[in-house]
Design a protein around this ligand. Structure first.
Ligand code: AMP
Length: 283
């Protein structure tokens, strides 16, 4: 595995790959790698001739008062994990190279990016879609792997790739969880031991919501009320939102049908956690 920080050097490599007609897999991350990231890399290794993973804590997607400065960074451990998982190039650009001057072009995926996470974190998804467009511009034609853990982000990237005709195939991969079902996240290390015990309440709310749908409930508001009640039963949790939505446009439908997704976000102590799960209704 080679560690490369130069944008031009990565471009040269991917141009060579294209000339040799090699399939390139790309896994963008913010580092502090865990088994969720590892699963994306392993999938990319399985599907492609050559795999690039990037680590870039993107200032553009953090709002004022968010954790940009304290975001966990562990490049030494990340290198080991990436190499073991089969990454060929670990691309770790510097902020000064990604944003040499104030950025004047932004990519905004309207509608989808205003909802849920977008409503709670203003400008967040504009930062995400802009940096992912830049990374796609650097890496070039590839298959890019994103986690369903950040389901809204995944749908936004899918929409962006279609809207802008980007030469990228987007693959979504399932959420990897801890033994007690908490979705793995780089931010989980912020949780105190007491908070860590409370955190799986998000998954409980999703499970109970999905069960209610499986039992025949089709009113999204009833499902959301149950999920809300469950999260609020945990004294350490402060609910941000629950939603039962159409998996494509992420809007709450009148009646649940076809592909649906349940979303939940809550503060556990000072740590904001999110989770989601879905199913396909056939009748
Ligand atoms: P991040 O480093 O948090 O920006 O995440 C980089 C990529 O890893 C994104 O596509 C995330 O959705 C994905 N990811 C993060 N956590 C998980 C998880 N627990 N399971 C699967 N994918 C994940």
């Amino acid at each position: 595995m080679r560690l490369i920080s130069s944008i031009e050097a990565v471009r040269r490599e991917t141009l060579l790959m294209a000339l040799e007609r090699k399939r390139v897999g790309f896994v963008p991350t913010m580092g502090s790698l865990h088994d969720g990231h590892r699963s994306l890399i392993e999938r990319a290794v399985k599907d492609n001739h050559f795999v690039i993973a990037s680590i870039f804590v993107n200032p553009l997607q953090f709002g004022d008062g968010e954790d940009l400065d304290s975001y966990p960074r562990s490049i030494k451990k990340d290198k080991q994990i990436a190499e073991k998982a089969g990454v060929d190039i670990l691309f770790v650009p510097e902020v000064k190279d990604m944003y040499p001057s104030e950025i004047t072009t932004k990519v905004v995926v309207s509608k989808l990016s205003q909802l849920w996470e977008g409503a709670s974190r203003e400008g967040h998804f504009d930062g995400v879609s802009t940096v992912v467009t830049k990374l796609f511009g650097i890496v070039g034609p590839c298959t890019a792997y994103f986690g369903e853990k950040d389901f809204q982000q995944l749908q936004i990237i899918r929409q962006m790739v279609v809207d802008l005709n980007l030469p990228v195939k987007v693959v979504g991969a399932p959420t990897v969880r801890e033994a007690d079902s908490l979705a793995m996240s780089s931010r989980n290390i912020y949780l105190s031991s007491e908070e860590r015990l409370a955190a799986p309440i998000l998954r409980v709310a999703l499970d109970e919501g999905l069960n209610l749908v499986r039992l025949g409930e089709r009113d999204p508001l009833v499902v959301m009320a149950l999920m809300k009640q469950i999260v609020e039963s945990e004294p350490l949790a402060v609910l941000d939102y629950v939603a039962a939505v159409n998996a494509h446009n992420l809007q709450i439908p009148k009646m649940l049908h076809a592909e649906i997704r349940l979303l939940v976000a809550a503060l556990i102590g000072k740590t904001r956690l999110l989770d989601n799960d879905g199913l396909t209704l056939t009748e």
